[in-house]
Design a protein around this ligand. Sequence first.
Ligand code: UT7
Length: 330
Amino acid sequence: MTAVPKSRILGTGHYTPARVVSNFDLEKVVDTSDAWIAERTGIRRRHYAADDEVTSDMAAAAGRQALEAAGLNVADLDMIIVGTISGDTPMPACAVHVQQKLGADGIPAFDISAACAGFVYGITIADQFIATGAATCVLIIGVELLSRLMNWQDRTTCVLFGDGAGAVVLGPAKGDGRGILSTRIFTDGSLAGALQIPGGGSNEPLTAEGLERKRNKVHMSGSEVFKVAIKNLTSASTLALKAAGLTSKELDWVVAHQANLRIITQVSDRLGFPLEKFILNIEEYGNTSSASIPIALDEGVRDGRIQPGQSVLLCALGAGISWGAAIVRM
Ligand code: UT7
């Protein structure tokens, strides 16, 4: 039996910065090639924030667009959740700056630190608040400004990531079957070292030597994450489908985290769901971590591929290792 949703998506939006950096541009600063990046990842370009742009600027722009799509005002919101690991400041939360920029004074605003899974974690939490009646209109934003967290001496990682923001507004379901049918989130802390920013916290306060060794930048064991990603994205998606009371045959679209086209292709094979029905934008934006799902979702909605009433699987995995999946009837 199909699950009965408690919350539904009222509007979507996204923002990507104007500065486009191609693989050919990176060839000039890193020992890499367009051929390697495109073949191994599917990425051809990524967008980088302007020097005077900060994370909350991108988040607020995406949030405003989602509110507009929902036909709502900032005053209608009663909560802001931001999935990010690259906020404006280590403290306070990025959501605080977003709240101030939107003029949403007084409502709770907080970050979720679940890296690339941050958006799926965010809608999972918002869905629970709405299901219990504790909130009626929640803005969930996935945003990252990762170009400032790259180690330009680490070619395996620095070519992968980009900047951007995506957002959805969630409100109560109307009883017509549309909404969040299921969510499933997971973490395996034994793999915390596979993808991390090792310096800058209580474990390794930053020193001049740490800065020299780029300990404040993203460090990733790519092949380790690669294998786990295929396995866990497939299992979480299968569990979310089961909880929603659907099979993959009944899905219309999949919006998977855009980390590597080879990962997405293998997940497509394992789920038995055709790659043509995945909303892909990795070629244009690279890996935008928590922003990748809401950006792709909004693109699919705006260009008319994703239609009202269609069923969409969202799935993501990133540092933690944290991962999750959700089924949404749009
Ligand atoms: O979003 C959070 C989750 N993250 C992910 O899901 C990322 C998962 N991992 C991956 O997508 C892939 O593991 C990477 C794209 C990061 C790396 O691809 P890979 O096929 O696993 O490459 P590798 O690290 O095993 O390196 C293969 C070769 C090496 O050369 P040798 O030792 O075989 O001679 C690397 O030095 O490719 C070389 N290489 C590069 N060559 C040109 C690594 N990076 C580059 C580069 N340009 N940028």
